[in-house]
Design a protein around this ligand. Structure first.
Ligand SMILES: C=C(O[C@@H]1C=C(C(=O)O)C=C[C@H]1O)C(=O)O
Length: 271
């Protein structure tokens, strides 16, 4: 049984559309991005949709080609709600579900706005309005629903990144543990992504009610806001993020991006 872990947010649903039927040889676990990453690190999973910073923190993980969760500008679901403008923020409470956007928050504050900041965790159950921090980072479904009128500013971190770097931002990739043979699960994930792309409207309609969100809003989020490819531009954004993360000690240096190739593929037979 191949153990697969995915993020349980709306943005990940198109990547696992129809997956159970496409990969009967797999068991699918859904959880917060941070918990999925920890489970992969503990080898409780074989392949997982992990926050991209956790790919760099892992031991020789391989990426499944051409798939990611990315934004090219505003992302709508990664928001830094703040009581102060960027250049006055001293403390941030970070959504415990996040790793990529938690590191991005620190990169923006330290590298772009030259702030020294203190950090604290924000649990899934605590009310962000009760936090005494200057700003709170929320991601995923919780961020999409949040209004938080007590905070004067709501910064979209996808938008902030792209305005600064003129590159897309990659939040998550499928990471495969070293030495694992996926037995075709990688092909099922590719097919699920294609199915998810064409069924975005159905997914939005299905998920919107549970989330308490407008189905039309969910549709446009899945179709026009979140990008699921991992092409040249996304890789350039990813490399730039990795560089900045290493400079702040948020990721180890010298990690190369390597792709997963099935053991019996033409490419690996040639090696
Ligand atoms: C865009 C998002 O992407 C998510 C953000 C992640 C993070 O910050 O670590 C991890 C996985 C993604 O599913 C989001 O949830 O809002």
């Amino acid at each position: 049984m191949i153990r697969v872990g995915s993020v349980n947010y709306l943005n990940a649903k198109p990547l696992i559309e129809g997956f159970a039927a496409l990969a009967p040889q797999a068991e699918l676990v859904l959880d917060l991005p941070s918990r999925i990453a920890d489970q992969l690190h503990r080898k409780e999973l074989d392949v997982a949709l992990v926050p991209v910073v956790e790919f760099f923190r892992g031991t020789r993980y391989k990426i499944i080609p051409d798939i990611s969760i990315a934004s090219h500008g505003p992302v709508l679901s990664v928001t830094l709600f703040s009581r102060k403008p960027w250049d006055q923020i001293n403390s941030v409470a970070l959504d415990i579900g996040s790793r990529s956007s938690a590191a991005l928050t620190q990169i923006l504050l330290r590298k772009r706005y030259y702030r020294q900041i203190t950090l604290e965790p924000l649990s899934m159950t605590s009310d962000p309005e009760n936090s005494t921090a200057d700003a709170v980072l929320l991601i995923g479904d919780r961020a999409m629903r949040a209004c938080l009128p007590g905070f004067d500013f709501a910064y979209d971190l996808g938008e902030e990144w792209t305005r600064w770097q003129e590159l897309p931002f990659v939040y998550a990739v499928w990471a495969v543990r070293e030495g694992v043979d996926l037995e075709g699960v990688d092909e099922a994930l590719r097919q699920a992504k294609e199915l998810g792309r064409t069924r975005a409207g159905w997914i939005a309609q299905r998920e919107a009610e549970d989330l308490g969100l407008d189905p039309g809003y969910c549709r446009r989020y899945l179709t026009n806001i979140i990008h699921y490819d991992l092409g040249k531009q996304e890789l350039a954004g990813l490399q730039q993020y990795y560089q900045l993360a290493t400079e702040l000690g948020l990721a180890p240096e010298g990690v190369q991006i390597e792709y997963y190739h099935p053991k019996n593929s033409v490419e690996s037979r040639r090696r």
